[in-house]
Design a protein around this ligand. Structure first.
Ligand code: ADP
Ligand code: ADP
Length: 226
């Protein structure tokens, strides 16, 4: 079944002004449940914009977006937020972990906010930290972790509430190539184990090659779908 669908999605910044930038000019894209798709394009091509619109953090100027089968056009802000919290996990290039909390707490907190009990949240957090190889770091704060470990914890936080759709923007872009390689492998493993659908923006063709397929953006459109 389909997990994310965009059709005819357009987006411009500074619309109607001399500085107008037409970033997305008619995006058609569909991700089936369980598909892991790479989003590859040069810097400035609109990858972040596309991820933000897909993740209901930003609104398109035109077009239709369905998330987990739900049409999002015309949803109230409250319903968009509810759908985002229930269905979508985000990972960024920088971890954005809360500095005053431990790795475990960073993965537990979003679950508590979603009504999960402390005990269940900790069990889920430890399971995820273990899957990506940082269970031994559960009691450390972000500043005490390496860049790769911080990013692994950020993956766990993004997956804590069992999202259906994972959106990742250069998830290992901040890491040196060797670290990026192993951290990306850990991400792919947990994504597969959890049966997630994922759209992952990257510059790195080698990483993109490990995904089910690659989508390229060119002039605001999807260039090829193979
Ligand atoms: P990418 O993630 O591929 O680097 P972005 O989606 O971040 O691309 O940006 C696409 C284009 O839109 C760039 O030219 C960028 O400068 C422009 N842009 C992004 N956000 C804004 C904004 N809030 N206001 C104006 N222009 C923006
Ligand atoms: P929370 O209460 O957990 O912050 P939100 O619904 O506000 O939940 O956000 C859901 C996800 O979207 C979180 O991962 C958050 O970091 C991210 N997010 C929220 N607002 C923005 C934004 N303006 N830009 C980028 N990411 C955002």
């Amino acid at each position: 079944s389909e997990m994310l669908s965009l059709s005819g999605v357009t987006k411009a910044y500074a619309r109607g002004k001399p500085s107008e930038v037409n970033v997305l000019q008619g995006i058609d894209l569909m991700l089936q449940k369980g598909e892991v798709v790479g989003l590859v394009a040069p810097s400035g091509a609109g990858k972040s914009t596309l991820l933000h619109i897909s993740g209901l953090l930003d609104v398109a100027d035109a077009g239709d977006i369905r998330v987990a089968g739900e049409e999002t056009r015309g949803l109230s802000d409250r319903k968009r937020t509810a759908l985002r919290r229930q269905a979508i996990g985000f990972i960024y290039q920088f971890h954005h972990l809360l500095p005053e909390f431990t790795a475990l707490e960073n993965v537990v907190l979003p679950q508590l906010a979603n009504g999960v009990s402390q005990q269940d949240a900790e069990a889920r957090a430890l399971k995820l930290l273990d899957k990506v190889g940082v269970a031994a770091r559960a009691g450390h704060r972000p500043a005490q972790l390496s860049g790769g470990e911080q990013q692994r914890v950020a993956f766990c936080r993004a997956l804590a509430n069992k999202p259906l759709l994972l959106l990742a923007d250069e998830p290992t872009g901040n890491l040196d190539p060797a670290t990026s390689d192993v951290v990306f492998a850990a991400l792919m493993e947990v994504v597969r184990e959890e049966g997630l659908t994922a759209l992952i923006a990257t510059h790195n063709m080698e990483l993109a090659g490990r995904m089910d397929r690659v989508v390229r953006l060119d002039q605001g459109r999807v260039l090829d779908k193979s």
